[in-house]
Design a protein around this ligand. Structure first.
Ligand SMILES: [Zn+2]
Length: 500
């Protein structure tokens, strides 16, 4: 049986390598590829996709798995071997259930939809995107059907990003935290707003770059295992063991976008780089789930990067870099400004207190689209009334409303909840970490992040994708994913900032 397992692992390893090649091509497309190469690049990526799909769904894999699944019954269910077999079987079943015509159809629909979305967003004209969205929703409904039976149709999509987690779980958590976040936002709105004008002035890009490179290296992102380049959307991508790259974008007239995106993507990169080599290119290599990935990016961006201790340590240095911009701004003023709470239309620019509400809105919309209770043509109206209900603001046009996110055009329905769950997990992990490392504030104040990174490494990274997200979070915190720690965190932090 060891031989059969090795055969399976060898195939998985090749699939990883094809995936890494696709990642490199994708990274290059977003950073350095001349626009003229777009069509040819699309073909290369599609060809690799076909090769990969064929390999992954081959009858040989099916046969190997039939035997290995039986063999695994006698193994310790938490052993590496048993989990490799379990994850492989899961992936195989998911892939083989979808007919090849649908795989091709999906690529066609999303290619056209991506272009339609770009144009629609530029012109702020939903009618351009609507026919594409009709196809995307219709495809999602047919896709979900293949996986019957299920408790809830949305489970099928959600499970692609949060293995084994259910829609009911996430709805329950959201229903619990929503009124608490709404109450906090309301209380803040009644208080005097903090001043943040000084964040909107000229910050030369060269200096931003210098500070950023210094900072992310200090956090623990080793330049020999990564790099940062400029792209339209910040992201992090693994090109292979020891090579995880991030992309960022610069805004010369606003301090925040680069700084916090760099820390966010660094969190992703450090997670991916921390996954041990032992099970490299097997079905338990990789990160646990999108929410766990997001828990790391948000932890470094917010719980570290937007914390008081962090700036108590680093602000004097920042003032040296920006003497005219921040010379007369006190640490306290700066700290409050980077944590300003202000309901806004755009999810990616949302503050910590309002962010999750943007996600809850998207979950409601996606569930409604999937079960047919929301019609694609009514989407803008529905969106605008929901965002008004949640945040008290109305989009002046659809590009800052229903058209703002790229996800649907790429066929990524089911992904959004992971962002909010990541926030919740980050706070739960933080509370737990403090029990082991109670002087973390001092360490951060002194620019020492290695113990924090080491803790995350021991608790999360070391497991790769061996466990499902609910299992892993429960293993670490003693509870499944819940919002209690996150609400405590918000109330304490913003209670102090806004004197609540
Ligand atoms: Zn992220």
């Amino acid at each position: 049986m060891k031989k059969k397992l090795k055969e399976l692992n060898d195939i998985t390893a090749e699939l990883y390598d094809i995936g890494f090649a696709q990642s490199l091509l994708g990274w290059d497309r977003e950073t350095y590829m001349p626009v003229g190469g777009a069509e040819a690049r699309g073909q290369v990526v599609a060809t690799l996709g076909k090769i990969s799909h064929k390999k992954a769904t081959s009858p040989k894999v099916g046969k190997l798995l039939d035997e290995l699944v039986k063999y695994a019954e006698d193994l310790d269910p938490d052993s590496d071997e048993a989990r490799i077999i379990k994850n492989s079987k899961r992936g195989y079943d998911q892939r083989t259930k979808v007919p090849p015509e649908m795989v091709a159809e999906r690529i066609m629909i999303t290619n056209a939809a991506s272009m339609g979305w770009r144009e629609a967003r530029e012109k702020s004209d939903y009618s351009i995107f609507q026919p594409h969205m009709e196809k995307i929703v219709n495809f999602a409904q047919r896709f979900v059907d293949i996986f019957q039976p299920y408790d809830h149709p949305y489970d099928v999509l959600f499970d692609l990003y949060e293995p084994d987690m259910k829609t009911a779980d996430v709805i329950k958590v959201f229903e619990d935290i929503r009124p608490k976040q709404v109450a906090l936002i309301k209380a803040i709105a009644e208080k005097q707003q903090v001043e943040d004008k000084f964040l909107h002035q000229k910050f030369p890009i060269e200096t931003q770059k210098k500070i950023g490179a210094e900072l992310i290296a200090a956090l623990g992102y080793d330049p020999k295992n990564g790099r940062q380049d400029v792209a339209a959307h910040p992201f992090s991508t693994t090109i292979g063991y020891g090579d995880n790259r991030i992309t960022v974008r610069f805004d010369e007239n606003f301090f925040n976008p680069y700084m916090f995106a760099a820390m966010h993507e660094t969190g992703h990169a450090m997670y991916s780089l921390g996954i041990p080599k032992d099970n490299y290119r097997t079905a338990i290599y990789g990160s646990c789930s999108s929410a766990l990935q997001e828990s790391q990016s948000r932890l470094w961006e917010n719980l570290v990067g937007r914390s008081k201790p962090f700036w108590e340590g680093y602000y004097p240095k920042l003032q040296e870099y920006y003497p005219t911009q921040f010379g007369n701004v006190s640490l306290d003023e700066f700290y409050k400004a980077i944590n300003i709470v202000k309901p806004s239309l755009i999810r990616v620019e949302a503050d910590e207190a309002t962010y999750n509400l943007h996600i809850m809105l998207r979950l409601e919309v996606e569930v409604g689209l999937l079960d047919g209770s929301i019609k694609v043509k009514d989407l803008p109206e529905m969106w605008n009334s929901k965002i008004n209900e949640y945040l008290g603001i109305t989009p002046p046009n659809d590009s800052v409303g229903v058209l703002q996110d790229i996800h649907w055009s790429m066929g990524l329905m089911g992904y959004f909840p992971s962002y909010a769950l990541g926030n919740l997990i980050s706070a739960s992990l933080w509370e737990k970490m403090l029990l082991d490392l109670p002087d973390m504030d001092d360490q951060i104040r002194n620019g020492k992040y290695s113990n924090l990174l080491g803790w995350m490494n021991d608790k999360i990274y070391v497991h790769g994708s061996k466990f499902f997200p609910q299992e892993l979070v429960e293993k670490i915190t003693g509870e499944k994913i819940i919002g209690d720690a996150f609400i405590r965190y918000l109330n304490k932090k913003f209670g102090e900032i806004y004197n609540l």
